[in-house]
Write a protein that binds this ligand. Structure first.
Ligand SMILES: *Cc1c(COP(=O)(O)O)cnc(C)c1O
Length: 453
């Protein structure tokens, strides 16, 4: 194949997002990656079937195990993240659960940042907890001593997000990776909000990256997907008895994944876990992911610029009590973000309206361009009220502790014209201000009436 791998000079991100991993493997020479919408693949003869079963790298057998469209997406994202390979699965949640189930077994312990995607937090707390895998949460991920203190003899993974949802905390990946490695455990980073364009956790010392590909990577709000990328550096066999599924159990050939697969040990083990649990991606969704990734840098660059514009504009408004965006000097991680996210601070941020829930409701109802929904990373701008949706199951005390108050709204900034988005928020803030005035006159007035009046 006219492979990029053989190119003399390293290619830039914008070039690789178009070309990496998706050339030269289709026998008809299709230039765009074809959608191999097939459940299975013909075997030439018994020996061929035997070898594809024994080693999926020798050929495809069944789409739950691997598929050419998915494999092209895996090669491209692995290239962009700087990993040795990747595994595409059906959703971001499947990426996190597959990565963790590959590494962990009953009795193992996880330390995770407490500011983490709520679905992940519940997976760790509730579902993995039920399987005997327990988690302790670090409330201040900026404090190295807090990570240290939470690590115990059974801890087998540290889990955090490069940019945390919804308040934009930035993970000091080099610091946390150093702590993990000193204890012989891997650091797993959910980098959905950063995307490989803004930050590459593997280059900063993380061992495994997971993404919800449903967000910025696909970018258009049309497909679900998740991807796991491995740096291929972690020594799974360094401490005897640990990480048994990768370094202990032997396969039919009498070898462990570490012995058989070397730097791809984790990924091959993860593919087996995915094959058994079955969170397969659709080849159509793999295609949509590939197509989305082709414009990733352009989208994220512009979306980050517009987010920065909106965040500073909102911060100056009297209706707004605070804005959580690491691009602003007021954010506690501003300096860290300057260091780790030089290309932009991302398209997602939160702000808190002084008027509380009524104001948040009025703004959400009044805006025309921001769509109220629970998604992010879309080319369209979206607005979400976490306290009544993603964080509704949290107690009031919890919400206060994590700063997700009744007046907090999360914006995912799209590709619309920045001035149009400012005008839309202006309309929203006017509606929000009206509720505060109405409430001051008649404290029991229903906020919705104030809006429709
Ligand atoms: C959306 C999201 C997930 C879950 O991804 P799905 O594709 O919806 O399963 C995980 N982590 C983060 C940070 C997300 O934003």
């Amino acid at each position: 194949m006219p492979g990029l791998e053989s190119s003399p000079a390293p290619l830039a991100f914008a070039t690789r997002q178009l070309h990496a991993g998706a050339r030269g493997f289709d026998s008809h020479g299709a230039r765009a990656t074809p959608i191999y919408l097939t459940a299975g693949f013909e075997f030439d003869d018994l020996a061929d079937g035997e070898s594809r079963f024994a080693d999926p790298d020798t050929g495809f057998s069944y789409t739950r195990v691997g598929n050419p469209t998915a494999a092209a997406a895996e090669r491209r994202i692995a290239d962009l993240e700087g990993g040795v390979g990747a595994l595409l699965v059906g959703s971001g949640q499947a990426a996190t659960s597959t990565a963790l189930l590959t590494i962990l077994e009953a009795g193992d312990h996880i330390v995770a940042a407490s500011a983490i995607y709520e679905g992940t937090r519940e997976l760790l707390r509730s579902d993995l907890g039920r399987l005997g895998i327990t988690t302790d949460f670090v409330d201040d991920p900026r404090d190295p001593a807090a990570w240290e203190a939470a690590i115990g003899p059974d801890t087998r993974a540290l889990v955090a997000e490069s940019i945390a949802n919804p308040r934009g905390g930035v993970l000091d990946i080099p610091v946390v990776a150093e702590i993990a490695h000193r204890h012989g455990i891997p650091l797993i980073v959910d980098s959905t909000l950063a995307t490989p364009y803004l930050l590459r956790p593997l280059e900063l010392g993380a061992d495994i990256v997971v993404h919800s590909a449903s967000k910025f990577l696909s970018g258009h709000g049309t497909a679900l997907g998740g991807i796991i990328v491995d740096a291929g550096r972690f020594a799974w066999d360094a401490v005897p008895g640990r990480f048994r599924q990768i370094a202990g159990e032997t396969g039919p050939d009498g070898r462990t994944f570490v012995e058989r697969s070397g730097e791809r040990a984790f990924l091959d083990a993860a593919r087996r876990v995915a094959m058994r649990f079955g969170p397969s991606p659709s080849p159509l969704n793999a295609f949509l992911l590939l197509q989305g990734v082709e414009t990733l840098s352009l989208r994220v660059e512009r979306q980050s610029q517009t987010a920065a514009t909106l965040a500073s504009w909102l911060e100056a408004r009297p209706e707004v009590a605070s804005v959580d965006y690491s691009g602003l000097a007021s954010h506690p991680d501003h300096d860290l973000a300057e260091r780790l996210l030089p290309a932009g601070r991302g398209a997602l941020f939160a702000f808190t309206l002084a008027g509380g829930r009524a104001a948040a409701e009025a703004l959400t109802t009044a805006v025309r361009l921001f769509t109220p929904m629970t998604h992010l990373g879309d080319v369209r701008s979206l607005v979400l009220h976490p306290a009544t949706t993603t964080h509704a199951h949290r107690s009031d005390a919890d919400l206060e502790l994590i700063g997700v108050g009744p007046g907090l709204l999360r914006l995912s900034v799209g590709l619309e014209d920045a001035a149009d988005l400012v005008a839309d928020l202006e309309r929203g803030l006017a509606a929000a201000a009206a509720t505060t005035t109405a409430a001051a006159v008649t404290p029991v007035a229903a906020p919705l009436e104030a809006v429709s009046a």
